[in-house]
Design a protein around this ligand. Structure first.
Ligand SMILES: Nc1ncnc2c1ncn2[C@@H]1O[C@H](COP(=O)(O)OP(=O)(O)O)[C@@H](O)[C@H]1O
Ligand SMILES: [Mg+2]
Length: 371
């Protein structure tokens, strides 16, 4: 029998999506085939401490743990990677980061895995960082001819400068108009996002977004918007799932509609014409490729219900992963079960790691160089 793979599932973390991550990780740990994997659950507290002993999921779910008692940390070692817990070493062959948002989905922790020389599931440093920045990704989407809604962005610093704020407001009213969406550039789960219908609301929306980020985005609202999502899988020869639709319980898909009231609905497959469905799939793959994404990504679109115009909204490089989340559900419809999807993602991570190992990383000058 093949040797079991030690897989570190990392969850929690220093982000507004800490709680969501715990639910995703619970589903993943449950579904991983224990005949193939030794699962090492690793929790990260909201203050950034790592927990790898006992039952980290339970500990984090209790909300009582803030600091780890012992230093638990991933050590980059040349021969085999391990978590150092006090004096004990826990071996890890591969990591599955189930961390949504800041520090987990933005390239930070991916950088640590690169330094440690350890394979990990999903997007790498660059893809993760771009996938987190709503402005940088829009620029790339525009470059490859995808439709994005009209937007402008500015720094919080400028907004707070005397005289500048009036200019910014004027610019938004002239080029974007109402209703518009105001967002912190690097966040998720709809935190800090508002829809503004007049100047008063716009000022409030900008002040709110500025609490979360130094970069603020204002964009034209897609009218009569349908929320269509498409799952992409692969390192190359990317596969796109059939599109699904979210029907939010409120005016838009805000935090409450996503996680609190439980009244938003998911429809798979989305009721779209074959033509629109195909365009969504093609655009999803193009977007995935444009940001340098690897492994998995859920690409979200807004479609104007009247004109049928398709706008790309954003990509999520670590999408929600509970057993009822859109990403695994879309693949399930396509014939790939939840445990088989996990196997595939782990396999893609290992393939990618081997590919990178085979690459030259330094230049060997000849002897004369040293003289
Ligand atoms: N330009 C837009 N037009 C219409 N609705 C929007 C627009 N931008 C965002 N929304 C609404 O706000 C929600 C959250 O915005 P999104 O950019 O996806 O942020 P997050 O990363 O927090 O999910 C979307 O799912 C959608 O309901
Ligand atoms: Mg979104």
């Amino acid at each position: 029998m093949a040797k079991k793979i030690n897989i570190g599932v990392i969850f929690g973390g220093k982000s507004g999506e800490h709680e969501v991550s715990l639910v995703s990780a619970t589903s993943i740990i449950e579904a991983l085939d224990k005949k193939k994997y030794n699962v090492v659950p690793v929790g990260i507290t909201k203050t950034g401490d790592w927990l790898a002993t006992g039952d980290p999921i339970k500990a984090l779910k209790s909300g009582k743990i803030k600091y780890a008692k012992k230093a638990e940390v991933l050590i980059p070692a040349r021969q085999g990677n391990f978590l150092q817990v006090g004096k004990k070493k826990i071996k890890i062959d591969i990591v599955f980061p189930v961390l949504h948002g800041t520090y987990g989905e933005d390239g930070s922790i991916q950088g640590l895995f690169e330094m440690a020389g350890i394979p990990y599931v999903g997007a790498e440093v660059l893809g993760s960082a771009i996938g987190m920045d709503k402005v940088v990704q829009k620029e790339l989407y525009k470059n490859i001819g995808l439709n994005v809604s009209k937007y402008i962005w500015f720094f919080k610093n400028d907004w707070e400068k005397k005289g500048e704020s009036e200019n910014i407001l004027r610019h938004i009213e002239k080029d974007i108009d109402y209703p518009c969406f105001v967002k912190p550039t690097n966040l998720g789960s709809s935190v800090g996002i508002s829809k503004a219908k007049n100047k008063n609301e716009l000022i409030k929306a900008i002040n709110l977004a500025a609490k979360y980020d130094e970069k603020i985005l204002a964009e034209e609202a897609v009218l009569n918007a349908r929320e269509i999502e498409c799952a992409v899988l692969g390192n190359e020869n990317f596969k796109a799932s059939i599109p699904g639709e979210v029907i939010p319980s409120g005016d838009f898909y805000d935090y409450n509609a996503k996680y609190v009231d439980g009244e938003s609905e998911i429809v798979i497959p989305a009721k779209l014409s074959a033509d629109v469905s195909k365009k969504v799939q093609e655009s999803a793959i193009k977007a995935f490729e444009a940001i340098n994404c690897k492994g998995m990504g859920r690409v979200d679109f807004l479609i104007d219900n009247k004109s049928e115009k398709i706008y790309i909204n954003e990509i999520n490089t670590i999408p929600g992963f509970t057993s009822i989340s859109m990403y695994p559900k879309l693949w399930e419809q396509g014939g790939l079960s939840y445990p088989a999807l996990l196997d595939e993602l782990i396999n893609l991570a290992i393939l990618r790691f081997k590919e990178k190992q085979n690459r030259l990383s330094s230049y060997e000058p000849d002897e004369s160089w040293y003289k």
